[in-house]
Design a protein around this ligand. Sequence first.
Ligand code: PLP
Length: 322
Amino acid sequence: MTAVSAVSDVSSNPIVFLNDELVPLSEARVPVLDRGFIFGDGIYEVAPLYPHAGGGRTAFRFRQHLARLARSLDKIGIANPFDDAGWRELIDRVVAANEADAGLSANQDAIAYIQVTRGVAKRGHAFPAGIKPTVFVMVSPLHLPGEAQRAQGVRCVTAEDRRWLNCDIKSVSLLGNVLMAQYAAENDAFETIQFRDGVLTEGSSSNVWMVKDGALYAPPRSNKILEGIRYGLIEELASECGIRFEAREIAEAELRDADEIVVSSATKEVLPVTQLDGRPVGTGKPGAVFAALYAAYQRAKAKEAQEAQQGLENESRERITA
Ligand code: PLP
């Protein structure tokens, strides 16, 4: 069957997992009739892996990432190919293969990308019976935003949210998000913040937080946004910092009048937005709530790393040994 190469020209060539094999990315092939390719019929997940002093890696908030993966798969009727232990073991294998291959150094932050599509079948829209999901896992170095970006904040633009109404599903059908990311790129902005009918939803690849009079606000969990793994985390961090948090609808005019705006995602952690559509947000400088959340985020990472290092496992803290 004709196959699609995962990449044509990449400078790095990590070892990836595709179906039942570990292969170099340049050799990973998916049949063109894979429903992920033909229909965008699949789910993905992105989880940070932070090295800890014990020589392994903490898969930060991994239990929550795996729960979201399971939820998304369930919502589109794909059987989860692994249980949590199976996923952890698989990520461990990919990390170990890349460390052995020297593509990933032991002290480097990394990101695990997981994709599950419905599988390969004769083209037809409705679900085919009895096919095996395609599983792809890739681990890449993670380059977190630098000090300068945190100190200056980022510029964002805004646009109408034209995506479908199942944004809670972490689907690989990302065209709406891709167009919004491109809109940001064309406008020399970091991210596009979207409104649906005059109400804040989210960024093209981030959740959005508003600060007004010292309180923190975010759109409620719903089908209109992807619930980031940082959503629950930031709620916890706000409470730890004594910052009042409320999930409620945020009108476009309110966001434009915010004291601070913050965006969050696995690869950005938390970042201050200091300019929106060319106008300063609040003072035009990162604010105190951002600073408190960033510091609390780093403490949460350190705490999970320490627990992983000590080999402590419980419901909310998971351990990956690379
Ligand atoms: N919303 C969208 C549309 C995203 O793509 C992402 C992450 O990529 C997020 C929110 C934030 O999710 P997380 O915190 O799990 O990275």
